[in-house]
Design a protein around this ligand. Structure first.
Ligand code: NAP
Length: 264
């Protein structure tokens, strides 16, 4: 059994991660870390049935009281990095779905994992279909170099563009030279109309109630268009990727950023 702590269990992703641990015979949820309800158990909250999993608001305290293999962090950008540092200090391997890490954060965390010789995974998108969308887009960009990315999320998302859109743009940038897209003399009459600029690629972030996580990568060539699209229709779509990451992180001794590095 792999012993798991979930941080953010009352959140939409955290709730699904708790359910994953409950239905998967290889996973054992030993505790959760929540910003509220310290000292209570999950059964004291609505929607968790009779789960007697203890709740901690202090992660240090949680790791001091339990033998833990993997922390699954699904909280907010402000806490994700701190939670990873605490986990690594306690010899716990983090699997982090929380988005919003900067390149500097990732490099600092990579150094820390290597010092400790402990694996960690940060996955801006756990949906396997979304990883395939990124990989197919990277291949397409070798041949069709004019690209725009439209990502759509629910209106509670804190960061923009999404981690997936950034990662897609970075992968595409490995395949094509930076280039100016659109008309060389184009002007924005309304600032932001052309979206964010990543090495000439344009990224557009839509935030609307009712959306979950969606991305379309548009390629234009002479007389042809290619669209590569992925939709996560609910948060269960992310759970096979969470399970895959939990299994892989136990075999790693450094930080892996992005599930695309685990899928051939
Ligand atoms: P959410 O519903 O807002 O949940 C976040 C939860 O984290 C809330 O319950 C919040 O509690 C809790 N939290 C905040 N600070 C905490 C702390 N210090 N300790 C413990 N819990 C804390 O958000 P969500 O939709 O589940 O998303 C969570 C994160 O995953 C976000 O960063 C999101 O962008 C990311 N995400 C990743 C993927 C992926 O595939 N990797 C997919 C979807 C979302 P309070 O309400 O008390 O603050």
């Amino acid at each position: 059994m792999i012993k798991i702590v979930v941080a953010g269990p009352r959140g939409k992703m955290g709730y699904e991660a708790v359910q994953l641990c409950e239905r998967d015979e290889e996973l054992q949820l030993v505790a959760v870390v929540d910003s509220k309800h310290d000292g209570q158990t999950l059964q004291d909250l609505k929607g968790y049935g009779d789960l007697d999993t203890p709740i901690y608001s202090d992660m240090e305290n949680c790791f001091s009281n339990h033998d833990v293999d993997v922390l699954v962090d699904l909280t907010t950008p402000a806490f994700g990095k701190k939670h990873m540092e605490i986990a690594l200090a306690h010899g716990v391997r983090p699997v982090v779905g929380t988005t919003g890490f900067t390149n500097d954060d990732i490099e600092q965390l990579r150094k820390l994992t290597e010092e400790k010789e402990l694996g960690a995974i940060i996955a801006p998108n756990f949906a396997i279909g979304a990883i395939l969308m990124m990989k197919f887009s990277q291949l397409a960009a070798r041949y069709l170099t004019d690209v725009e990315i439209i990502e759509q999320h629910h209106d509670n998302k804190l960061d923009a563009p999404s981690g997936t859109a950034m990662k897609t743009a970075q992968l595409i940038a490995q395949e094509r030279e930076q280039k100016l897209q659109g008309h060389p003399d184009e002007k924005e009459d309304l600032p932001g109309a052309r979206g964010a600029d990543f090495e000439g690629m344009r990224i557009h972030s839509v935030r609307l109630p009712g959306r979950v996580a969606h991305q379309e990568v548009l390629f234009g060539g002479e007389g042809q268009l290619l669209s590569i699209k992925h939709d996560s229709l609910n948060r269960q779509s992310f759970m096979p990727g969470v399970k895959l990451s939990i299994e892989h992180v136990l075999k790693l001794d450094t930080l892996v950023y992005g599930l695309e590095n685990l899928i051939d």
